[in-house]
Design a protein around this ligand. Structure first.
Ligand SMILES: [Zn+2]
Length: 194
């Protein structure tokens, strides 16, 4: 899944959850986007630098069950108030369906190897070429990206981010407009400052 799809799906999930958990209005969505991108921000450069060329592996340490448990443990013991950012990190794994990539998911219980990329395109020497070949030759992969795109559209519409002032406000403050109440229309949004 490409980075913008991860960000869009996670942001939409948090936006929907705000109706149930009003305290989520205080979140900085820029940090949510960063947290849900973190596994790829850690692993993809490592893959590009070494692991893909050497082992044909692109899902590494930050995609392991060990990393997920570590994030949960650190959050619970050191910074419980930041639990939404941990959830954003964990949602990345859910969206990637990590459990399907057993060597990476269970690392190092299945040995020190990571999941080997066996998709069409893995014969490419460079990881960029492998991604390009995989995405241009395997339309089934587009399903997830289309879902990401739909999530992005829904997020933009729900928060009226097609209005430049609202988009600028979000980029500047990281805060979504508060929901006055769950039954109100989008016209009753107001900008929330915490
Ligand atoms: Zn990933």
């Amino acid at each position: 899944m490409l980075p913008h799809s991860h960000i869009a799906l996670t942001l939409l999930a948090f936006d929907l959850a705000r109706r149930r958990f009003p305290q989520l209005n205080r979140l900085d969505v820029r940090l949510i986007a960063l947290a849900t991108s973190a596994p790829d921000l850690v692993d993809k450069p490592l893959a590009a630098l070494y692991f893909y060329r050497r082992f044909k592996a692109a899902m590494l340490f930050a995609h392991t069950l060990l990393a997920q448990l570590l994030v949960i443990w650190i959050t619970v013991t050191k910074m419980p108030q930041h639990w939404p950012y941990a959830v954003a990190f964990l949602l990345h794994g859910l969206e990637d369906r990590l459990w399907l990539f057993r060597d990476t998911f269970w690392w190092p219980l299945h040995g020190w190897r990571f999941h080997v990329w066996r998709k069409q395109g893995s014969e490419q020497r460079e990881i960029q070429s492998a991604y390009w070949h995989a995405f241009t030759r395997r339309p089934e992969l587009w399903v997830w990206e289309v879902l990401g795109l739909l999530a992005l559209v829904a997020f933009v519409l729900r928060n009226q981010l097609y209005q430049p002032t609202r988009l600028w406000q979000l980029l500047r403050s990281g805060k979504l407009a508060d929901l006055k109440n769950s039954s109100s229309s989008s016209a009753s949004y107001k900008i929330g400052h915490v």
